[in-house]
Design a protein around this ligand. Structure first.
Ligand code: PRT
Ligand code: MG
Length: 216
């Protein structure tokens, strides 16, 4: 029975390689240099499909992939329908933060009760965060480079992922609130888990054992 695993290029692929190795799976090609979207492995029955990070839950939800790896950010925005999420892999870790331009008085803006303009790729997370705080916001949906928005007057604040903090710093922004800790999780199609249990379970076990090393 063929097992299809959905992964995104870049940090998730890089950090998943050791987990795949622990399960005895070696990709036949490097997606960074290959233009192929379907990549075989040393296992005749295991293939990887390379998709946008935010598309991974969708491929798994509809069963086009049996397994996938996606950030908690992506999973919250997707909603998680049809997905079993058995394992936090503790890879691609970062924090979801609120950030503003240096010198912008965020506490005052929030206290003042005026509507805050918030630019983000994560409207659901942002909306829920400000609703919990009782702050009125206008959410401006962007698809990338949120850091630019406050610099050109598109927004008062951004909700974005931060890992080293270098991108904020380089753009004269500061983090003012920590919303969530983010890491990537294994997601499994619920029907595939039943139908392909014998193939999937050993992969789950290998990933669980290998990812235990990622815990602090
Ligand atoms: O890049 P693309 O638009 O195709 O998709 P993507 O950005 O969703 O994919 P990718 O591969 O960049 O990220 C995949 C997952 O990695 C995300 O869903 C997160 O769960 C996780 N992750 C971990 C991060 C980061 N760290 C991260 N630092 N995703 C994005 N960033 C970006 C952040 O948005 C900001 O622009 O890196 C910048 C900040 O980094 P620092 O180190 O300067 O703070
Ligand atoms: Mg990216």
């Amino acid at each position: 029975m063929t097992l299809t695993i959905a992964l995104s290029k870049g940090r998730i692929f890089e950090e998943t390689l050791p987990l795949l190795a622990a399960a005895g799976i070696t990709p036949a090609e490097d997606p960074e240099s290959s233009r192929k979207l379907i990549i075989g492995t040393n296992h005749p029955d295991v293939r990887l499909v390379i998709v946008r990070a935010s598309d991974v839950p969708t491929y798994v939800q509809y069963g086009a992939a049996d397994l996938g790896i996606a950030g908690r950010d992506v999973l919250i925005e997707h909603g998680g329908a049809g997905l079993y999420q058995p394992l936090d892999l503790n890879i691609a870790r970062c924090r979801m933060m609120v950030a503003v331009q240096n010198g912008f008085d965020y506490d005052e803006a929030v206290k003042h009760g005026a509507r805050l303009k918030v630019a983000t790729k994560y409207p659901k997370i942002a909306r829920e965060h400000f609703a919990r705080k009782g702050v009125h916001v206008d959410i401006i949906k962007l698809y990338g480079s949120m850091e630019l928005a406050p610099l050109v007057g598109l927004a008062d604040a951004i909700v974005d992922l931060v890992s080293t903090g270098n991108t904020l710093k380089a753009n004269h922004l500061s983090a003012v609130e920590h919303i969530l800790d983010i890491s990537s999780r294994l997601v499994v199609n619920q029907a595939a888990l039943k139908l392909k249990y014998a193939t999937i379970q050993p992969v789950l076990d290998a990933f669980a054992a290998a990812s235990a090393d990622n815990r602090e």
